[in-house]
Design a binder for this molecule. Structure first.
Ligand code: G1P
Length: 295
């Protein structure tokens, strides 16, 4: 069965980015000139997933407005004959079939994904976490969908991280498989300490899941941080031999982390045709001048 549905949890409070996220959802922070969440939606659509379900919470109105028509703004741009900006404004509304469900209570990522059960039904589906921005030069979702088609079960995305960083992520115990770039997953632990981590393979926020995860999530008790963790439900499926790992070695940014967010903005802008040449020249001069002030 081919996957067409993407679930995008976007109910988090964005506490790492306060005060910017006091009244603005973290997903709406701009990365150059688009909100971070639009990159994630574009990635899903590029991989053939045009049914998008956002799991939202309180204060996410601007996210919904971004993917909706804005008659007043469109009318003003049309009246000025500004067709370039008009198409930029209309583009997010044309990306796919967008749906919303609210999480109600912030009980964790596993609980957020469980809210998708009614919409997803009995078919495999993708989950894309809004904080993880995967550079479009090296997408991983198409490969994950292919692996799920070939092997069934659920597929997670893994990235090697320094041991000191593993406590920020879900971590996988892996075993070799016959297929290049694919690992068997024998166990999963949410945010282990460096001592307890079974490997340095971190789970990155892209998943292609079997609908079997829903019945497991319904039974999953609160885990790390008192939250219902997606990793804990996937652990049950992994112990049944039903989870495969795809190793990602491209560029990924955590836009919920301030430093990684800044890197995303600078590196995406530096590679754009319009902003790249003057930005790179300015950065080179800034570094050469030892960060003395520049105009
Ligand atoms: C979530 C998951 C974690 C995963 C991470 C990837 O954690 O619980 O397993 O490694 O996303 O970004 P969060 O970053 O929401 O705390």
């Amino acid at each position: 069965m081919s996957v067409t549905k993407a679930v995008i949890p976007a109910a988090g409070l964005g506490t790492r980015f306060l005060p910017a996220t006091k009244a603005t959802p973290k997903e709406m922070l701009p990365v150059v000139d688009k909100p971070a969440i639009q990159y994630v939606v574009e990635e899903a659509v590029a991989a053939g997933l045009d049914d998008l379900l956002f799991i939202t919470g309180k204060s996410k109105r601007s996210l919904e407005d971004h993917f909706d028509r804005n008659a007043e703004l469109e009318g003003a741009l049309a009246a000025k004959g500004d067709s370039d900006r008009l198409s930029l404004v209309q583009f997010p509304t044309s990306l796919g079939h967008i749906h919303y469900v609210r999480q109600g209570e912030p009980l964790g990522l596993g609980h957020a994904v469980l809210q998708a059960e009614h919409h997803v039904g009995d078919e495999p589906f993708a989950v894309l976490l809004g904080d993880d921005l995967i550079d479009e030069s090296n997408p991983i979702l198409p490969r994950m969908l292919e692996v799920q088609r070939e092997l069934g079960g659920s597929v997670i995305c893994l990235m090697g991280v320094p041991p000191a960083d593993i406590s920020l992520y879900g971590c996988a115990a892996v075993k070799a498989s016959d297929m290049p770039g694919i690992l068997g997953i024998s166990d999963l632990v949410e945010k282990p300490s460096a001592d307890e981590a079974p490997s340095n393979f971190a789970i990155i926020g892209r998943y292609v899941l079997s609908p079997d995860v829903f019945s497991v999530l319904r039974e999953t008790k609160p885990g790390k941080g008192g939250e219902i963790q997606l990793t804990d439900a996937l652990r049950v499926l992994a112990q049944r031999g039903e989870v495969h790992g795809v190793v990602f070695d491209g560029l990924r940014y955590d836009t919920g982390d301030r430093l990684s967010y800044l890197k995303a903005v600078v590196s995406i802008a530096a590679r754009r045709d319009d902003l790249g040449p003057p930005l790179r020249a300015w950065l080179e001069a800034l570094v050469a001048g030892g960060f003395a002030d520049l105009a």
